[in-house]
Design a protein around this ligand. Structure first.
Ligand SMILES: [Zn+2]
Length: 66
């Protein structure tokens, strides 16, 4: 196991903004969490998260410009 520091003490944690398709709410998600969700997917495939506000579907906001 080449385990990396999970708390990123020596480097900035990259935050990705997710936007809800249903309630349009946003959430800031650390990139390492997204990595866990995308483990079964191809890199080109979107990661979907559950919205903490309405339990809808959230996707990366940057892939959906306003
Ligand atoms: Zn929502």
């Amino acid at each position: 196991m080449d385990e990396e520091d999970p708390f990123g003490l020596n480097e900035e944690i990259k935050i990705v903004i997710f936007k809800c398709l249903d309630c349009k709410g946003t959430d800031e998600v650390p990139e390492y969490i997204i990595g866990e969700f995308s483990v079964d997917k191809n890199n080109s495939e979107e990661v979907e998260l559950h919205c903490p506000h309405c339990n809808g579907t959230m996707i990366e906001a940057r892939k959906n410009p306003k």
